[in-house]
Design a protein. Structure first.
Length: 203
């Protein structure tokens, strides 16, 4: 091998090494760009993602967790649990007793109308007939009095009555809240105050 060929070979090897080095640099740059793109895509997906419970198959509704009713007293403390009998004619506790002071404000657990206000068995009673998703249900409060007229509309959270008088459940220091359907089937009021998943129509 003469000197000229030796130099050509050295130059060719140098060119090959430089090309390999350039290719490695380009590959590293491509990998960095891809990694950054993946991070950006992941951040965008997390930012715009909706909770899974808001997804529906129909595409025109969403779901949300809400309570169907609120407690009729502020700072509610249950002192008597719901304990309905297996048969309607048997004795039981068809509602909940809430610790209350005389003259304490009673607020509507859900929208409705005043259906009754008066004395039942010597006890002051007020009832609200609910509508909407609670149609067919009536809330009963004892002992309670109201200045509202029969048929007056009330909205959830609105003060409509006051604790006044005595009850068979806990004398004069509680409010009894019961819920019954049109067929006189009783429901545990506490179950209505828990959050549930409902579908909401998207306009």
């Amino acid at each position: 091998m003469n000197e000229h060929e030796y130099r050509r070979r050295i130059q060719r090897n140098r060119i090959v090494q430089e090309e390999k080095k350039l290719i490695r640099q380009q590959l590293r740059q491509i990998m960095i760009v891809c990694a950054l793109a993946c991070v950006i895509l992941l951040v965008c997906c997390l930012w715009s993602a909706e909770p899974t419970y808001a997804k529906t198959n129909s595409g025109d509704t969403s779901e949300s967790c809400v309570a169907l009713m609120r407690w009729p007293l502020n700072g509610t403390q249950v002192v008597g649990k719901y304990d309905a009998p297996k048969q309607q004619w048997l004795p039981g506790h068809r509602g909940v007793d809430l610790l209350a002071d005389q003259q304490e404000a009673v607020v509507a657990p859900a929208d409705g109308v005043i259906a009754f206000s008066g004395s039942v068995g010597g006890k002051a009673v007020v009832t609200i007939r609910h509508g909407g998703s609670l149609s067919g249900l009536t809330s009963t409060f004892e002992p309670a009095k109201t200045e509202r007229d029969i048929g007056a509309h009330v909205v959830q959270g609105e003060r409509f009555a006051r604790v006044e008088g005595e009850s068979d459940h806990c004398d004069d220091h509680c409010l009894h809240w019961g819920i019954k359907s049109e067929g006189r089937q009783y429901t545990d009021p506490e179950s209505k105050t828990r959050t549930v998943r409902i579908g909401l129509k998207v306009l």
